[in-house]
Design a protein around this ligand. Structure first.
Ligand code: ADP
Ligand code: MG
Length: 494
């Protein structure tokens, strides 16, 4: 069901399409051998090709082609064995060529479908129109001099993949989930690092509104939105603005808009009248890009395992709950951390992965993620080493400490940075499994609470927890729960 937005004169629905720019992971640029390292001194990664010196010719970087094909494969899209590079002509100070080399009518990757999961548990299919390769532009720097603008050409000619969706989304949530899914796919495929704060991934957000069942309305396009939260804000504010505008008797102009972080809304950048006519034409310096099906098949065979396949495997082989599996695979770093920790825990405990998957995944998704959230840190800033985390789990598997004590030890690890063994020794937290000692304690508790024993035997089953609680209280939570159960049950029932 498409969400309806109520207006004073009736309901509306929204239509959203995203054009995502993803910077290709590659040592060199799309048509030159200049480096692509982020944050380098301005103009230190600029060749004669990137600065458009007369007579220079572009030479396609095969790795960028492979990356685009890998991305297409990860998205399940059609791969085009023949594609064309076109010149998109416009003048801008940070574009020395006077045109951008892009792909217009014949892109390297064609249609596909992306499944997104929504918070109500439903799945929606979003169409992908195409993916094409193009050059990035340089950067104008307006803050270096009071009256002059400087230009940094380091980014000029860096390879971008533009991934164009069909206008299949209809809510801010769908746009956000689609963006997240594409980001996750390119990160798993290792074709784009997805670092939005470094500009490696940004979206142009197209939004229109219409009465349910009507033709598509006029859209606006908000440029260069570089966070998932901002994408949601753009969609939300554009839907509201367009509905109010039309209901007040106005019409939506097809225009390019800019997002303003301070207000969370958009404003006009240029209207259609000022829009460019790019005069696309095939770049005469470049032959059509052609490769064989074998080239594609080889890349397909070498693809790393992607999120959906990983999730299936986690559930089937490691007996992890579907929910935990989804949480772990959503971000590649989390899945990587889980697999590393699981392997080290297997080494330490000598138990098979199938027995440890659940324990390790539960610990990561509840204890570790909970702690990281409180600390405001991400998994890559995790203060606890894999070695120490595995040891903590090992102590639990061995029965040296209970699950409850493990939580206490973990808190302490976060504060002190000490190893779990050290903490257990120093604080005397070893689990008590000595049956003699526990039995004596149980006898004592039963005799002191003779009245409650009577009630229990009279049918008040709930009191069982009370007796367990007493044993735990006396041992400071260190009694081995299994041993307690084994001894307590027969005594109470007998
Ligand atoms: P252009 O290349 O001129 O920006 P496209 O037709 O390629 O135009 O569309 C760009 C993006 O806009 C695509 O993601 C598409 O899904 C989306 N789009 C097209 N029409 C609409 C519309 N009426 N409302 C919302 N999004 C739209
Ligand atoms: Mg566009």
């Amino acid at each position: 069901m498409t969400k309806l937005y109520p207006g004073a004169t009736g309901d509306w629905e929204a239509v959203i399409g995203l054009e995502i720019h993803a910077q290709v992971i590659s040592e060199a640029k799309l048509f030159s051998s200049s480096a692509t390292t982020f944050g380098a001194e301005p103009n230190t990664q600029v060749s004669f090709v990137c600065s458009a010196q007369p007579g220079m010719l572009p030479v396609i970087n095969e790795e960028c082609v492979r990356q685009a094909v890998r991305t297409g494969l990860a998205m399940g899209c059609e791969i085009n064995l023949r594609s064309i590079f076109d010149r998109k002509n416009y003048f801008y100070a940070d574009l020395p060529q006077g045109y951008q080399i892009s792909q217009f009518k014949d892109p390297i990757v064609g249609e596909g479908e992306i499944a997104i999961e929504l918070s109500d548990g439903s799945t929606k299919i979003i169409g992908v129109e195409r993916l094409h390769l193009e050059q990035d532009a340089g950067k104008s720097m307006h803050d270096q001099h009071p009256t002059m603008t400087y230009v940094d050409l380091n980014r000029s000619g860096v390879a971008l993949m533009e991934i164009v969706s069909k206008p299949d989304m209809s809510t801010p949530e769908e746009a956000a989930e689609y963006f997240k899914k594409i980001r996750s796919l390119v990160r798993y495929a290792r074709t784009c690092d997805g670092n939005m704060d470094q500009g490696s991934m940004r979206a142009d957000v197209n939004v229109s509104v219409r009465r349910p069942g009507e033709e598509l309305g006029t859209r606006t396009e908000t440029k260069n939105v570089n966070s998932i939260r901002y994408v949601m804000q753009v969609v939300e504010s554009e839907i509201r603005r367009q509905i109010d505008l039309i209901e007040d008797g106005g019409t939506v102009d097809q225009e390019t808009r800019l997002f303003e972080v301070a207000t969370g809304t958009t404003r006009t950048m240029r209207s259609k009248e000022e829009a460019h006519d790019y005069r696309y034409f095939p770049d005469p310096d470049l032959l059509p890009l052609e490769f064989s099906q074998e080239f594609v098949d080889e890349l397909a065979a070498e693809m790393p395992e992607l999120a959906d396949a990983k999730k299936e495997r986690f559930i089937a082989d490691l007996h992890i709950t579907p929910y935990n599996a989804s949480v772990l695979v959503a971000e590649k770093e989390n899945a990587d951390y889980f697999e590393t920790l699981l392997a080290v825990t297997v080494d330490k405990t000598g138990k098979p992965v199938s027995e440890l998957g659940k324990l390790v995944s539960n610990w990561i998704t509840s204890d570790l993620f909970g702690a990281l959230k409180k600390l405001g840190k991400t998994i890559s800033e995790n203060p606890v080493s894999v070695e120490n985390a595995a040891e903590l789990l090992n102590l639990q598997v061995e029965g040296t400490i209970s699950g409850r004590i493990a939580k206490e030890v973990f808190e302490n690890m976060l504060e002190s940075g000490k190893s779990p063994e050290t903490i257990v020794d120093e604080k005397g937290l070893k689990q008590v499994s000595d049956t003699g000692a526990i039995e004596a304690m149980i006898d004592e508790i039963l005799s002191v609470n003779a009245d409650k024993v009577e009630e229990y035997r009279g049918g008040k089953d709930k009191l069982y927890g009370f007796f367990v609680g007493q044993v735990m209280k006396q041992t400071g939570g260190k009694a081995n729960p299994q041993v307690v159960n084994q001894l307590l049950k027969p005594k109470l029932d007998g």
